[in-house]
Write a protein that binds this ligand. Structure first.
Ligand code: PMP
Length: 405
């Protein structure tokens, strides 16, 4: 195990006070705080290691290109991907899903085709598919979840008709926290010749990823949820599939040659990286991965699992507590309601006590409808959270309950 008190000192954001109270940051699923090494990496680049990549012969351009490509290799290793050409830099999860919807959609989706998503998806893994369906005259099909938040995987073979051209599932829902059996889903979908996109925005934070073992066709995530910078994200795609997909956006860096009569495109991965890439963000994400690997992923995941179990145990003692997503395995976050308490009012009171919690529809309105609520409260955990912080947050909820009811 890493030393938690020593580790907390790596995160400058954690030592601040809000409304005169020490910050207890429990909104990590929305965006996570950065360690000093990431801040230093970004700052060093911004302070002078700044030259546009893949273009010039000068020193700074060469150094930035080297760092950008080193970041790509680091992410390849982190995901256990077969090739670095399978790692595409995007601006985040949302951008990566939109890239696949546009490019895979252009090549493979036709009128009356269907795209399968689960009932527990973030709006980012719903709306891009709806836009694609509108363009193509295709349809969305929905894989339901059980009352405990587990996927109704027994329904999957029945839903996988020849019309389904892609299956899009989150690794861990940002509302339920339940770890979906993605390897099993991929196996079933592939048996029906259906490729699978995994939304790993939460999964990559709480699980170790072996992409070749999972065997999914696409895996996407955001840097800012993985202790890295905002504005950087990853699309992993199988080379054989990416090769068949047309470019998404046109511009510099994605071309082989351009003339007014027509253009030819760069090889992977640059084919999907038009324009000046966020090379500073990529280098910052590499610094985040280096930091996590130095602490040790298994120790981090065990700590987050312990926090989730402990928080659930403590929250269950509150009168009227209702959790959404009780199925195991569950890690990293807990969404809930407390009878008689409005989630937003409660989150505002917690805020005044120094506790950052999330409230609202959590970017998953269909899931709110599934559970018959408009809003929830959410606590989400990071490697730097402690049991003491959870005790304080639970005590603050009890106080809010007294004040509001
Ligand atoms: N999918 C899931 C499961 C998420 O939790 C989030 C962020 N809350 C997203 C997609 C979207 O990520 P981003 O806003 O970084 O693109």
């Amino acid at each position: 195990m890493f030393e938690i008190e020593k580790t907390r000192k790596d995160f400058p954001a954690l030592s601040q006070k809000v409304y005169g109270k020490p910050l207890i940051y429990l909104d990590n699923a929305a965006t996570i705080q950065k360690p000093q090494t990431v801040i230093d990496a970004i700052s060093e680049m911004n302070s002078g290691i700044n030259g546009n990549i893949h273009r010039a012969v000068h020193y700074l351009s060469g150094l930035c290109t080297e760092r950008y490509e080193a970041a790509r290799t680091s992410i390849q290793t982190f995901l256990h991907a077969a090739k670095k050409e399978e790692i595409i830099f995007t601006s985040g999860t949302t951008a990566a899903i939109n890239l696949v919807a546009a490019s895979f959609g252009e090549r493979y989706i036709q009128k009356d085709d269907e795209i399968l998503i689960s009932e527990a998806e973030h709006h980012s893994n719903i709306v891009p598919w709806q836009l694609l369906c509108e363009r193509k005259g295709a349809k969305i099909k929905v894989l339901p979840i059980h009352e405990d938040g587990s996927l109704a995987i027994e329904e999957l073979p029945k839903l996988l008709s020849p019309k389904i051209k892609l299956c899009c599932i989150s690794h861990i829902s940002n509302v339920l926290g339940v770890v979906n059996p993605i390897k099993e889903i991929v196996r079933i979908a592939h048996a029906h010749q259906v490729p699978v996109l995994v939304d790993g925005a939460q999964g990559v934070v709480h699980e170790s990823i072996d992409i070749q073992d999972i065997d999914c066709d696409f895996y996407v995530f955001s840097g800012h949820k993985l202790y890295g910078p905002t504005g950087i994200g990853i699309l992993y795609g199988k080379e054989s599939l990416l090769e068949t997909m047309p470019p998404y956006q046109g511009g510099g860096d994605m071309i082989a040659s351009v003339s007014f009569e027509g253009s030819s495109y760069a090889e992977l991965p640059l084919k999907f990286e038009a324009g000046t890439a966020n090379f500073i963000g990529a280098y910052g994400l590499k610094a985040a991965i280096d930091y996590l690997e130095q602490l040790g992923l298994p120790a981090i995941h065990a700590h987050e699992q312990m926090l989730t179990n402990y928080a659930l145990q403590q929250l269950t003692r509150i009168d009227g507590f209702q959790v959404y997503g009780s199925a195991a395995p569950k890690s990293g976050l807990i969404s809930f309601n407390i009878k008689g308490l409005h989630p937003t009012d409660t989150a505002m009171l917690l805020d005044k006590m120094g506790i950052a919690a999330r409230s609202g529809h959590l970017c998953a309105q269909p899931l709110m409808q599934r559970f018959g609520v408009e809003r929830m409260l959410r606590f989400s955990f990071a490697l730097y959270n402690t049991k003491e912080e959870i005790d304080e947050a639970v005590a603050a909820l009890a106080k809010a309950q007294q004040m509001l009811s």
